[in-house]
Ligand binder design. Structure first.
Ligand code: TEU
Ligand code: CA
Length: 554
C-alpha cells in the first residue's frame, strides 16, 4: 500500500454560499472563508474541498458554470481566490476545487454559440438530437424531475441535460471538449491548487442511440468503457504531472467498478464517493419515498467497500455533504442523544480505513431543518420535486414536506452556525436561506469553549489520526457481524490492533467480544462517555456509546 499525504489527512468540505458572509449581502464569500481559516486549523483538518466558486447564474448554486476561469461575483474576485490559496498554504491547508465538467451552464459562451445554428463550430460541444413523434428523442428523465431533454426552437432540436434545463451536458466524445477541459484544469493547477473533486464524473460518457428508451425513465445509458478512457487521458495529460489529490463523485458505482477508477495501477483517480450507504432503504421513489435505515445493511455496505478496496484502492469516508441531509439526523439521533450520536458517528467513520470527509457544520452536530413553507426552500431539486409530486397528486403537500424534512438538500445548506448572535453570526444582512432556529444552542463559539463538545471530540479524533499510523493504514476487519445495534470492527497493523465499537441505538446492549482478541495490554484512546472500568471482555455500551481501544499484541 503506497503512502500518500491525502491518505493521512482529513478533508473539510466548504459550501461557500453558506459558510461565512463578509460583506453583508447575505451570501457566503471567499473573504469570509479567509477570515475563518484559523477555525479550520484549530479543528485539525489538512485539506479543504471548496464547492464550486466559478462564475455561475446559480440555477444549481454554482454547479452550473458559465465561465471556468472567473470567480462567481457573489463570492468575490480572482484576487480574493489567490489570497485564499496563499493564506491556506501558509497554514499548511491544501485547497481542492470542485470540477464540474459533465455539463456547463446554458449561459456559458460555448452553449450560447452551440445553440445558434447546426453548423456552428461549438455545435458538437453539446448533445443535440432530433425529437421523435413530436416529443423528446427518448424517455430519459432528469435528476431534477421531468425529461432530460429540452426543446430548442431555434434549430428545432433537443439538447440533453441530466440535471436542470440550465445545466447542458457536454459532449465528451468531442476531442475539442476534452482538450478545453484539460487545458482549463492545467490553468488552475498551475495556480497551485492541490486537486479536484470531480462532479458526477462517472456520467460523462453516454450512449444515445436515437429512440433508445430505458425501462424506467430515470436511468441513462452510461458508457463506462469510454469514461475510463477519458480519465486515463486526463491522468496522463494533466493529473500525473502534479502532486495532487483527486476524488470522483460516482453515483451508481459499485466497489468492483470503483476499483477501475481508483486502483493504484489504473492511473485514473485517487478515490471516489460511493452512494450505496446514503441510499439505504430507498425504493423506486428514491430519496422522496419511504426508507428505513438498517444498521446491518450499513455494516454490510461499508465492509464491502473496505474489503474490496483494501489492497489496490482507497476509500473516501463520508456521511454527509451539500446533497445529503445532516448525518446526525439521518444516521443518529438529533434530539435526546444528539451530542452522543454525533460523536459516535464521527468515531465510526474516522477510525475506518480511508480518507474522512467532514461537511461544514457536521463537526458541530448541526441538524436538519424544518421550514413550514415550501417558499423558504432554495434547492432546485427540492422545488422541482415538490411541483412534480404535489402537482401530479402523487403526494399531498404534507407528505412532500415530510419527505423534504427527511432528505432535502437544503437541510445541509442552512448557514453555518458561528455563534448565538443574529443569523448565527453568518451574516449582518438577510441570509439567502433562513438560519436553523437551533443556532443559539448549536454553534462554533459555544463548542470551541466546551471540552465535551462535538467540535472538541472531532478535534481529538483528528489528532489521533496523526499520532497512530494504524488509523490510516491498518487492515479493516468487521466483527459482531450479526449484531443489529452495534457496529464493531478491528484495524490491524504490525503488532497493534484497534478495536472500534459504536452503538447505533438508544438501547444499552451487553455483548462478549471475540475470544481471540488478547486484551493483555490495552489503552482506551477515545470515548464519548466517561469509561471507568478497563476490563473489556464483557462490554455494556450506553445509548450511542462509542469506544476505541488500542491493543498491543506483544
Ligand atoms: O450531484 C450529483 C448527484 O448524484 C446528485 O443528483 C445527488 O445524487 C442528488 O442531488 C441527491 O439527492 C452533483 C452535485 O454534488 C450536486 O450538488 C449537483 O446538483 C449535481 O451534481 C449536478 O451538478
Ligand atoms: Ca457575501
Amino acid at each position: 500500500m503506497k503512502k500518500s499525504w491525502w491518505k493521512e489527512s482529513v478533508v473539510y468540505q466548504i459550501y461557500p454560499r453558506s459558510f461565512k458572509d463578509s460583506n453583508g449581502d447575505g451570501i457566503g464569500d471567499l473573504q469570509g472563508i479567509i477570515a475563518e481559516l484559523d477555525y479550520l486549523k484549530k479543528l485539525g483538518v489538512g485539506i479543504i474541498w471548496l464547492s464550486p466558486i466559478y462564475k455561475s447564474p446559480n440555477d444549481d448554486n454554482g454547479y452550473d458554470i458559465s465561465d471556468y476561469k472567473d470567480i462567481m461575483k457573489e463570492f468575490g474576485t480572482m484576487e480574493d481566490f489567490q489570497l485564499l490559496l496563499e493564506e491556506a498554504h501558509k497554514r499548511n491547508l491544501k485547497i481542492v476545487m470542485d470540477l464540474v465538467v459533465n455539463h456547463t451552464s446554458d449561459e456559458h459562451k460555448w452553449f450560447k454559440e452551440s445553440r445558434k445554428s447546426k453548423n456552428n463550430k461549438y455545435r458538437d460541444y453539446y448533445i443535440w438530437r432530433n425529437g421523435k413523434n413530436g416529443g423528446p428523442p427518448n424517455n430519459w428523465g432528469s435528476y431534477f424531475s421531468g425529461s432530460a431533454w429540452e426543446y430548442d426552437k431555434n434549430t428545432d432540436m433537443y439538447y440533453l441535460h441530466l440535471f436542470s434545463k440550465k445545466q447542458t451536458d457536454l459532449n465528451w466524445e468531442n476531442p475539442e471538449v476534452r482538450k478545453e477541459v484539460f487545458d482549463m484544469m492545467k490553468w488552475w493547477l498551475d495556480k497551485g491548487i492541490d486537486g479536484f473533486r470531480m462532479d458526477v464524473i462517472s456520467l460523462i460518457a453516454k450512449d444515445i442511440e436515437d429512440g433508445d428508451d430505458k425501462p424506467n425513465s430515470n436511468e441513462v445509458n452510461i458508457n463506462s468503457a469510454r469514461v475510463h478512457r477519458y480519465l486515463k487521458d486526463m491522468n496522463s495529460e494533466v493529473l500525473s504531472h502534479y502532486d495532487i489529490m483527486t476524488v470522483g463523485e460516482t453515483p451508481g458505482v459499485n466497489p468492483y467498478e470503483a476499483l477501475k477508477f481508483v486502483g493504484e495501477n489504473r492511473n485514473e483517480l485517487n478515490m471516489v464517493f460511493q452512494f450505496e450507504h446514503v441510499g439505504i432503504g430507498d425504493g423506486e421513489e428514491g430519496k422522496w419515498g419511504k426508507s428505513e435505515f438498517s444498521l446491518k445493511e450499513f455494516k454490510r455496505i461499508m465492509s464491502k467497500w473496505e474489503n474490496v478496496l483494501e489492497e489496490e484502492g482507497w476509500n473516501s469516508l463520508y456521511l454527509s455533504n451539500h446533497d445529503q441531509p445532516r448525518s446526525v439526523s439521518r444516521f443518529g439521533n438529533d434530539t435526546e442523544y444528539r451530542v452522543e450520536s454525533a460523536k459516535m458517528l464521527a468515531t465510526c467513520i474516522h477510525m475506518m480505513k480511508g480518507t474522512p470527509y467532514i461537511y461544514q457544520g457536521e463537526e458541530l452536530g448541526m441538524t436538519n431543518v424544518k421550514f413550514e413553507n415550501i417558499y423558504d426552500y432554495r434547492d432546485i431539486e427540492t422545488i422541482n420535486a415538490y411541483r412534480d409530486y404535489v402537482g401530479s397528486g402523487r403526494k399531498s403537500k404534507e407528505e412532500m414536506m415530510e419527505a423534504i424534512y427527511k432528505r432535502g438538500r437544503d437541510n445541509a445548506r442552512t448557514p453555518f452556525q458561528w455563534d448565538d448572535s443574529s443569523n448565527a453570526g453568518f451574516t449582518k444582512g438577510i441570509p439567502w436561506i433562513k438560519v436553523n432556529s437551533n443556532y443559539k444552542s448549536i454553534n462554533a463559539k459555544i463548542e470551541i469553549g466546551d471540552e465535551a463538545s462535538v467540535f472538541n471530540y472531532y478535534r481529538k479524533l483528528i489528532a489521533l489520526r496523526k499520532k497512530h499510523e494504524i488509523i490510516a493504514y491498518g487492515k479493516y476487519e468487521l466483527i459482531l457481524e450479526e449484531d443489529e445495534n452495534i457496529y464493531a470492527y478491528l484495524r490491524k497493523l504490525n503488532n497493534e490492533t484497534l478495536l472500534v465499537m459504536c452503538n447505533f441505538s438508544d438501547k444499552s446492549p451487553q455483548f462478549d467480544l471475540p475470544e481471540d482478541i488478547k486484551y493483555n495490554k490495552n489503552e482506551l484512546l477515545i470515548s464519548n462517555y466517561n469509561v471507568d472500568s478497563y476490563e473489556i471482555e464483557k462490554i455494556k455500551l450506553r445509548p450511542y456509546e462509542a469506544r476505541v481501544y488500542l491493543i498491543n499484541n506483544m
